[in-house]
Design a protein around this ligand. Structure first.
Ligand SMILES: [Zn+2]
Length: 65
């Protein structure tokens, strides 16, 4: 699982910051992503999950490391 390995190769502090800084269009705010999976993306990897506040689908692209 290549995408997941890339994600886990990032420092834990950095990953925590990314998880807590995801834009939710429904909340119109920066939220924490939850229940996410890590998938490949043309520029790196993408977190594909849900907004912790409202459950809306949110994604966060992480550029290649
Ligand atoms: Zn939300």
């Amino acid at each position: 699982m290549e995408a997941n390995r890339k994600w886990l190769s990032l420092p834990e502090d950095f990953r925590k910051k990314l998880i807590a800084n995801v834009r939710c269009s429904n909340c119109d705010d920066i939220v924490r992503i939850t229940d996410f999976i890590v998938v490949n993306h043309p520029v790196g990897v993408m977190l594909d999950g849900k907004c912790r506040n409202c459950g809306n689908k949110v994604v966060r692209v992480v550029e290649d490391v």
